[in-house]
Design a protein around this ligand. Structure first.
Ligand code: NI
Length: 226
């Protein structure tokens, strides 16, 4: 995936960010600094890390400046409300910096903190992967704490299975690619359907007041929102 249209990328980044905010909003306030092991990132560290790396490493280095990332501890933001506000502020500042890039900037080189030259658009692509990597860890941490989290695209694994076509000879097997591409009658989905995203309004404004159950999320169902 090449990034050559900044508007398209920023739209995609916004959706990536909103999905990270959505899971951050599920964090119980009293579990913010919980970790599975001493010395490992806490849940709060993960949220602060994603935000601080975006702003102080990626957004600085794409400008040709050195990284200013200096960690992700509670000194940056303490308590769930402040952590969510910090996450929001870091992202807004990063987007403001990225928005200033011109087409020629996307294709010039910048340097990683190791001093390795990398094309700016590839570095931005790596930024997205970095966020997704740590977002997955937040999901795992919350699962370890039995905290409910929203499915990424609105369907659980079980719901995708229910909506997937099956080999009639052995229902445990998925349709073969050949059968799938031939368009079996009456079966619509050869791949999981994307859509039915759930998210909280206004980047989980309500969670800044209290950690509510995810039953309060609302559903949007436009596939273009992915
Ligand atoms: Ni990281």
């Amino acid at each position: 995936m090449q990034i050559q249209d900044l508007g398209v990328f920023l739209d995609y980044l916004d959706k990536i960010h909103r999905r990270t905010v959505r899971v951050a909003c599920c964090i119980p306030a009293d579990k913010l600094e919980w970790s599975f092991r001493e010395g490992k990132f806490t849940i709060g560290d993960l949220v602060r890390h994603i935000a601080a790396i975006e702003r102080y490493m990626y957004a600085e280095t794409i400008q040709g400046k050195p990284s200013r990332y200096s960690g992700c501890g509670p000194e940056l933001a303490d308590g769930l409300e402040d952590v969510l506000l910090f996450q929001d502020r870091m992202h807004r500042e990063s987007v403001e910096i990225i928005s200033r890039l011109g087409p020629e900037d996307l294709n010039r080189k910048c340097a990683t903190p190791e001093g390795t030259p990398i094309t700016v658009w590839k570095w931005l692509r790596a930024m997205v992967e970095h966020e997704v990597h740590h977002r997955g860890q937040i999901y795992i941490y919350l699962a370890m704490l039995d905290v409910p989290t929203p499915p990424l695209y609105g369907l659980t694994s079980e719901q995708v299975m229910e909506r997937s076509i099956r080999d009639s000879a052995d229902p445990r097997l998925p349709y073969s690619r050949a059968v799938c591409s031939s368009g079996p009658r009456g079966r619509k989905y050869c791949v999981p359907r994307i859509g039915s995203l759930t998210r909280r309004s206004n980047a989980c404004k309500s969670s800044l007041r209290s950690t509510k159950s995810i039953s309060e999320v609302f559903t949007i169902s436009r596939s273009e929102d992915v």
